[in-house]
Design a protein around this ligand. Sequence first.
Ligand code: MSP
Length: 511
Amino acid sequence: MNKNFYITTPIYYPSGNPHMGHAYSSIIADIFARFKRLEGYNVLFLTGTDEHGLKIQREAEKNQKSPKVFCDELSEKFKELTKILNLSNDDFIRTTEDRHYKSVKDIWDRLVKSGDIYLDKYSGWYSVSDEAYYDEDEIEDSNGKKISKTSGSTVDWVEEESYFFKLSAWSKKLLKHYKENKDFILPVSRKNEVVKFVEKGLKDLSVSRTSFSWGIPVPKNKKHVIYVWLDALTNYISALNFPDTTKEKYKNFWPADIHIIGKDILRFHAIYWPAFLLAAKLPLPKKIFGHGWILSDDKKMSKSLGNILDPIEIIDNYGVDQLRYYLVKEVSLGNDGSISMENLKNCINNDLANNYGNLCQRVFSFIKKNCSNKIPKAKKLKDVDLQLLNSLKNNVPTLIKLMNSQNLNEYIKLVVSYSFEANKYFNDLEPWSVKKNDPERMHTILFTISEQIKNISILLNSIIPVSTGKVLKTMNIKKENILISEIDNLNCFDHDKKLKELDILFNKIEK
Ligand code: MSP
């Protein structure tokens, strides 16, 4: 069985400070990356910044900085965000790095060699904000300006010499690939959009620009810089030391298992990227998952509406696990979803503080008071104990399937229900009332509930790594034992070792 797993986030434009949308893509990818590690996979998780193109050049000019200096400063902020969000990325790529230049030049040469590149003239609409070309039927008039119907960004008329990629030649092959690989584009609704678009027939794609210079020069024609999307998409293999396809890194991790992206950049990933790879005679990624938009109070976040939620501010006020949990619990992955401070507070109180947090805290303090602070051994598990443990254990294959099909919301619902059941078990079985007459029974109840806390903590670990890490540490579970397979292991605890101190896991939020 192939035990390697390669997952990526989009690489972000360092044209301004990172915001909630960026945080969302990254958190989702991190959850899947961590979960695969829990399954025992050797994971490579990549994120980074996309630093070329007119959009960045203009922002740099506005700030009176050279593009490179401007990118150095802002890329650093995105790097800081990976720490703040507690991402477990193994690499952070910048498209201004040498390793990336080498890789992009090689891709270009491959496309030239395969006969897919020709020189002509581009005339058409271009959005600098989206770094995208649009057809006449994709734009509309708005207050005397032309804008993209999908993104709403302004488009300008562009006429310049350009190299073209023969995208039109790849329509049939792409459609065949979509058909034969059901999971290539997910969710299915997004796949249908892509199929429809390709079925209309694809036009050749302009893949170089001459009217500005901030980009990777076209080999052998320095007048042109390579189109920023051809440049950016290649990052996924640059990080594997492409063009060296003979070494372990590339061999182990390409094709990527999943590219996590927002729905706004689906066309680039599901059409252009596979077409470039097909032309370059390289394997295609296995899956592209396009998530929806995060809306703030039902509206798209924007400076003018003043509804921008800053991930860093929320984390400073409430904690990183709290934000991670809330985003994936509240927003149905794949669809747009609205978030609000009000709901965030409710979610922290109900799901985290009152449910999982309360469960851990009350069980540990009971053990401290009544069992010299050591998890007791169980003599004989009764049906009611086994029922609790088995309902979770028997569902582990389902949970793994849910996670591997990016059904995060169902996954969370199920795990939260176990935490709820565990609280109920503790209330119903009242270990305090058997303490005197049947201490052995009390020990068994405490063992069972501790076991279930361990299991729930492992299942929540990829979503709220800080708090579950604390809980497992309190129980003296070693880091290397934080694996899905340990759910089946009833011998995890050292019964002679005292529990470590656990400070409050989640503060209740006053409203
Ligand atoms: N640089 C390109 C991606 C190149 S990938 C080879 C780009 N960058 S971006 O900075 O604009 O970030 C895009 C990603 O951020 C989106 O695809 C999406 O994943 C995420 N989001 C940005 N705003 C968002 C929301 N409001 N909601 C959810 N995610 C959105 O495009």
